[in-house]
Design a binder for this molecule. Structure first.
Ligand code: SAH
Length: 355
């Protein structure tokens, strides 16, 4: 097990031997604990309406230049059918924090997806009420993604202004687990004001929160958001974590070593900044890819950050590219929902635990 001092050193190192060691250890841990399968989760960005004013995000409610959309159930179903055709194991329904996504409407959609397909359903809709979360879980939703973004409480509160009351994402992650969701969280790397020490805390938190999935991506500055200027001013400060792909790979690899049995996506933010990002990430700890299935006319409006990789409009070609990459790396395309083994092997309430 790596100590916090060792993690700190590895986060700061530029020594090629250290880095080669880090990538290798992460790859070995990935193979040993979650195997060679790369699980595919079809991402559907169902709405870009957002009630929040997050300082980092391009679809925050103050962005009045952005045309807003909310997909209909029929439109979402077309994307779900694509996921089935491509034999993905999961669909992820993601959106801004949009009160227009109504509890019963979504519950109906989730239960119909669960009834008519074998897909696992993941939701990523921001901070929603306990009643919403309970209802969607009952409708059959399997997983929920909510990044805590940074363990630095002060920084989080600054960049994520409260709506009515201040947010407690840790409490919500706990609620989600209690409701029986598989829980995903994660952070951005290189937020202005983020320190190396807080990143070490982030990595240990991934472990103590017992997460099923951890999303890690570089912070990408968005013009016309409050964090853009601060990012510019923070460049070169000694304790400032750079928002580079290299730094994000380091956090990814360290997470795989510290929390070996977890799903780690090669995130879109990584792929956006670096053409080889997905391939590199898959060789440095990642075992999940989330191909984007959002219709192009909406995907271009779901601009949480500007360099979001221009997705091919041809879903078929995009799917082929990802599967070819997986094979070229000597890996295999995951089958089924791709839950982490500890979830699948958990004894049910009526089963005897293994002796
Ligand atoms: N409204 C949902 C989904 C947000 S988008 C929610 O708040 O949970 C999913 C993730 O994208 C966020 O959690 C954040 O970590 C990431 N993200 C947002 N803006 C970003 C930016 N400028 N650079 C990199 N990642 C960003």
């Amino acid at each position: 097990m790596l100590s916090s001092v060792e993690i700190l050193e590895l986060l700061k190192t530029n020594d090629q031997q250290d880095l080669d060691w880090l990538w290798r250890e992460a790859d070995v841990a990935r193979q040993k604990h979650v195997g060679s399968a790369v699980h595919l989760r079809g991402l559907i960005e169902i709405s870009n309406y957002c009630a929040r004013s997050c300082w980092y995000c391009g679809i925050n409610c103050h962005n009045s230049h952005l045309a807003r959309y909310r997909m209909s159930a029929d439109e979402i179903w077309l994307c779900v059918q694509l996921a089935t055709n491509f034999e993905y194991g999961t669909v992820v329904l993601q959106a801004g924090e949009d009160p227009g996504i109504e509890r019963n409407w979504l519950a109906e959609l989730v239960s119909s997806i669960k009834a008519e397909t074998d897909l696992a359903v993941t939701l990523s809709l921001g901070e929603r009420s306990q009643n919403d979360l309970e209802c969607w879980r009952q409708a059959g939703a399997d997983r929920y993604l909510l990044r805590f973004e940074t363990s630095d409480r002060q920084l989080f509160e600054k960049i994520h202004p409260p709506l009515q009351k201040s947010s407690d994402r840790f409490e919500m992650l706990q609620q989600l687990a209690q409701l029986g969701y598989q829980v995903g969280s994660g952070v951005m790397v290189g937020l202005p004001g983020q320190s190396y020490h807080s990143l070490v805390d982030d990595i240990f938190l991934f472990s103590s929160l017992k997460l099923d999935m951890v999303g890690i991506g570089p912070f990408i500055p968005v013009p016309d958001t409050p964090l853009y200027r601060q990012w510019h001013d923070s460049l070169g400060r000694a304790e400032q974590v750079p928002n580079t792909v290299l730094m994000a790979y380091k956090v990814l690899a360290l997470t795989r070593i510290v929390v070996p049995n977890v799903n780690l996506p090669a995130t879109t933010a990584l792929g956006s900044l670096d053409k080889a990002g997905r391939a590199e990430a898959l060789q440095r700890g990642a075992n999940v890819i989330m191909p984007n299935l959002t219709p192009a006319r909406y995907a271009s409006l779901y601009q949480i950050y500007p360099q979001k990789k221009e997705m091919s409009r041809d879903y078929q070609a995009n799917d082929r590219l990802i599967k070819d990459l997986i094979i070229a790396l000597g890996r295999e395309v995951g089958r089924g929902p791709g839950s982490i083994p500890q979830v699948m092997e958990m004894p049910g309430p009526f089963e005897e635990p293994p002796a």
